[in-house]
Design a protein around this ligand. Structure first.
Ligand SMILES: [Zn+2]
Length: 228
């Protein structure tokens, strides 16, 4: 693989992660400089490693995301955990000006992470299935119908274009260092983790209003960085 170059990934606290990214014109998408940016984002995502990267994460407030969940990454996972997460390969693609609609709002809760919130993971409920309309690298319309883990990846990345970070959607008591997740929580269902975390909490804790669901917690795979 020829590495175009690895860019610095900005961390939470940088204002660019809280801005609404701007849409790109057809001419901008087709410009040679945009092809180069996509290559750099691809290489940065693979180097991290991660399964998605949004332009604001490399400091560019543009409506562009790259995603990729390679079969090699999936093979490293336990087949049962892979099935629970509905984690299936997602070919590399660059998506411009994506619009996301929820197809199946059933909340599915797993630990996920973010390359801009390095070394932390958290339980985040996401819709089970989504539809994404976007433009590809040739500025042609593309439609993706996604469910399970690929749907989670796209929800996470499209959020970045709206200035939303996964901590805005998490069960706040579940936030943990990846190392602590591996030590204490790995392999437990989200429901079990949330029940344990609720012990000793104030009854007024707004986070406890969330319902846990039956999905199992997974390895601390950061989403941007699958284990984002
Ligand atoms: Zn992220």
């Amino acid at each position: 693989m020829v590495v175009a170059s690895v860019l610095k990934i900005v961390q939470v606290g940088n204002p660019v992660l809280r801005q609404r990214a701007r849409a790109l014109s057809r001419d901008e998408i087709l410009a040679p400089s945009m092809s180069l940016l996509v290559e750099k984002m691809r290489d940065t995502m693979r180097d991290a490693p991660g399964v998605g990267l949004a332009a604001p994460q490399i400091g560019e407030s543009l409506q562009l995301v790259v995603v990729e969940d390679r079969p090699e990454l999936l093979e490293m996972l336990d087949p049962r955990e892979r099935a629970l997460r509905e984690r299936t390969p997602l070919p590399f693609q660059a998506l411009f000006n994506p619009r996301l609609a929820v197809v199946d709002p059933t909340p599915v809760t797993f630990f996920e992470g973010c390359l801009s919130f390095a070394d932390f993971v958290m339980l985040v409920p996401r819709a089970r299935a989504v539809r994404v309309e976007a433009l590809d690298h040739q500025a042609n319309p593309v439609i993706l119908e996604l469910r399970g883990w690929p749907a989670r990846i796209l929800q996470h990345e499209v959020d970045h274009l709206r200035g939303v970070v996964c901590v805005d959607r998490m069960h706040s008591r579940s936030l943990c260092r990846a190392s602590e997740h591996a030590r204490h929580w790995q392999g437990q269902s989200a429901e079990a983790v949330l029940a344990t975390l609720a012990e000793g909490a104030l009854e007024t804790d707004p986070d406890l209003a969330h319902e846990a669901n039956d999905n199992e917690a997974n390895d601390a795979l950061p989403l941007d960085k699958p284990p984002a």
